[in-house]
Design a protein around this ligand. Structure first.
Ligand code: MIG
Length: 694
């Protein structure tokens, strides 16, 4: 049962798609206090596990730390941070009587999940106007499902969005892009898309192309497309202030930019230098900005990533002035050590300064609203602008779209990548633990920068990261300017890495099928063990293993120089050990704890009882992949029959219907297993049904 409790007059965020009337206050379960916003306190039991908060740092169980819902440009995702790029105010408290909660409010919120007092969950909101949704269902799975029904169906990418994608900040001209494609081809590494970071633009101006660096842009797009490879350009939030630049001029003329106190377009500075910020909260401005993507779709572009939309601000005029005033004030003084630190802070605090977010305004339905009140909705609405634009550009087609900043509700319009991680083992761990929380908040199309964005990667880290990344819907290798190049061909030993990407392509029939079922039925693709194996206290506290779709469990290796890892099996499972360039070993493991020996070039996969995994022959792009000729690996546990619902479609139109699923059946007759399907187009090239030897 879902109940909504309304405090004050909340802003309509469009996070929720179900209209429901408010239940009478007081809010049950929580102690509510009103004082500079609202404070909600809940008494937890020592063993309660708290899931949720979507894109955030630390573990799957959020207990013991303080988190902030405040979309932030975080160039260094260290453990002391309290917020990342998204604001995902959804929690599940898994105690005796589990419940979920969602706070729909675009202003900053802090979640003290047993940080100040281990047994107190204290949620403090800056605003006094909000909707508090309380979700009470019997199981964690049902709570997660009910929430997803409440917020509406997740974004569905084109199927090519599941292919392997290569990105790097620093590709700056046609030569660079051709080189990336050619070198993948030379080594026969599958490749679906290459990303264009900010350098493709003319001086970082949105919806422009640097014609000197890209004299034949349209030809390049077409050339790559012929090879089944897409180019995916970045769009930044800030629009450069420059006379004669159409986007700037139209925006000023039509009052489409956020304004300062006096009503003039607000000026901030980001990559292009001085910019104005499109007021994407204003429906007219949003429509205008969204239609600008046509400049690139007309050139054959079919996917985008929206960046810097927290929005990130490097500095403002006011901020600069304050910093210089301070520096001037101590210029000739005989400064002490605190002034010296103050001097440093004055400069460091120029970027993403909270004061600047209070200096600009949005126009929404004739009302002028200060940005801080709507802050967490900016990235959401920039991405919504694009999605609504695509709807006009070509309503029948799926575009690839994901964003850095987000709020719940945006998951209906696009996916997210998890921003600027580093080439650290700890960030591989964070990637693993974050996936289920992202799914709970509707973000199914998501993934981290594989190999790590900042800092220099290493062959072993990239290898282990790819061994996990082959399962994330967004599978993109991305790295920052100046770091060690990490395209797979940069490594002498790229043959093994290639085999991982090829495995990903074999997995696409299963991944696509599971993705679509989860998106359309509001389920989790990545699920914590505790959601399935209720009452199993080890499962409830296992954070480094994930259920993956209906058939699989993942147990990635995430430590350097590991010789293997421990794994906990909540029930008997079929262990598939992938080794080297294609070797496989099957073995049924009993419920319990096991140590798996795994060299760097080995990774484990588990198939659940009476479930099957479907694989196809790999290929170099999704376009050429034959996803109807399949291999089956199944674990038959005391059963002579099992079935799998396989969904597939053309992968690019919106002609999506789960009724089109095929039923795959494995049946044992006269001691022999055979596979069949109600879809005559599906054939099987190999069947392995493994049973437990007793
Ligand atoms: O201030 O466009 O998260 O993926 O490569 C950095 C350059 C701006 C941040 C993004 C990153 C991207 C980078 N951008």
């Amino acid at each position: 049962m879902i109940r909504k409790y309304t405090f004050g007059i909340p802003f309509k965020t469009d996070a929720v798609v179900v209209d429901m009337s408010a239940a009478p206050l007081p809010l049950p379960l929580f102690n509510t206090k009103e004082e500079n916003g609202l404070t909600f306190t809940y008494q937890m039991n020592p063993n309660d596990v708290v899931y949720g908060l979507g894109e955030n740092i630390r573990g799957m169980n959020k207990r013991g730390f303080l988190y902030n819902s405040l979309c932030s440009d975080i160039p260094s995702q260290t453990e002391d941070k309290t917020a990342l790029y998204g604001a995902h105010n959804f929690l599940i408290v898994a105690g005796k009587k589990p419940f979920g909660l969602f706070i729909d409010c675009p202003e900053q919120i802090s979640f003290d999940v047993g940080y100040t007092d281990y047994n107190s969950l204290v949620i403090a909101t800056a605003a006094a106007d909000l909707d508090f949704y309380l979700l009470e269902e019997k199981t964690l799975k049902e709570i997660a499902h009910a929430f997803r029904v409440l917020i509406g169906k997740s974004y569905i990418p084109p199927k090519w969005g599941l292919g392997y994608q290569q990105s790097r900040w620093g590709y700056k001209n046609e030569r660079d892009f051709y080189e990336v494609v050619e070198r993948h081809q030379e080594k026969d590494i599958p490749l679906e898309a290459v990303y264009m970071d900010i350098d493709y633009m003319e001086r970082f101006k949105d919806f422009t192309i640097d014609e000197e660096a890209f004299p034949n842009f349209d030809i390049m797009v077409a050339d790559f497309k012929e090879k089944g490879i897409k180019l995916v350009p970045i769009i930044d939030a800030g629009v450069k202030i420059e006379e004669g630049y159409d986007i700037y001029e139209e925006g000023v003329e039509n009052h489409y930019f956020c304004t300062d106190k006096s009503g003039q377009p607000f000026t901030a500075a980001v990559w292009p230098g001085r910019v104005h910020l499109p007021d994407v909260l204003n429906p007219e401005a949003r429509k205008w900005f969204g239609n600008k993507y046509k400049f690139l779709t007309d050139k054959g572009i079919e996917g985008f990533w929206n960046d810097m939309n927290e929005p990130a601000i490097f500095y403002t005029e006011e901020g600069l002035k304050e910093a210089f005033d301070y520096l001037d004030s101590i210029h000739d003084a005989n400064i002490g050590i605190y002034e010296c630190f103050g001097m440093k802070d004055a400069v460091l605090n120029l970027a993403n300064n909270p004061k600047d977010y209070a200096r600009f305004y949005h126009y929404v339905n004739g009302e002028k609203i200060v940005h801080t009140k709507l802050h967490n909705l900016y990235g959401f609405n920039m991405t919504r602008a694009a999605a609504e634009g695509f709807e006009e550009i070509d309503p029948s087609k799926r575009f690839l779209l994901f964003s850095r900043s987000s709020y719940i509700g945006m998951h209906r319009y696009g996916g997210i990548w998890t921003g600027d991680n580093c080439s650290w083992w700890q960030h591989l761990v964070m990637n693993i633990k974050m996936m289920p929380s992202l799914n709970m908040c509707g973000f199914l199309y998501s993934g981290a920068d594989l190999g790590g964005f900042g800092c220099d990667t290493s062959y072993d880290l990239l290898t282990r990261w790819l061994q996990f990344g082959i399962f994330t819907p967004l599978m993109r290798n991305h790295s920052a300017l100046g770091t060690r190049p990490q395209e797979l061909y940069q490594f002498e030993d790229s043959g093994y890495l290639r085999s991982l990407i090829r495995f990903r392509y074999s997995l696409i029939p299963y991944l696509y099928s599971e993705y679509m079922k989860c998106a359309l039925r509001n389920e989790l693709l990545f699920m914590p063990l505790g959601f399935e194996y209720t009452g199993d206290s080890i499962a409830a506290h296992t954070e480094d293993q994930l259920l993956y779709g209906s058939s699989l469990m993942l147990a990635p290796v995430y430590t350097q120089n590991a010789f293997g890892r421990y794994v906990y099996l909540p029930e008997d499972m079929l262990y598939v050990k992938y080794s080297g360039t294609g070797g496989r070993h099957f073995c049924v493991l009993d419920k319990g704890i096991h140590y798996l020996e795994l060299t760097l070039e080995e990774f484990p996969l588990f198939i659940r009882r009476n479930q099957m995994l479907l694989l196809c022959h790999p290929d170099n792009t999704t376009e050429t992949l034959d996803s109807s000729n399949l291999e089956i690996i199944a674990f038959a546990d005391k059963s002579d029959y099992m079935s799998y619902e396989l969904y597939d479609d053309d992968g690019y139109t919106k002609n999506i219907d789960l009724q089109k699923s095929s039923k795959i059946v494995l049946r044992k007759t006269a001691g022999k297993w055979g596979a069949s399907s109600d879809n005559p187009h599906i054939t099987f090239f190999d069947i392995h049904v493994i049973t437990k030897q007793i």
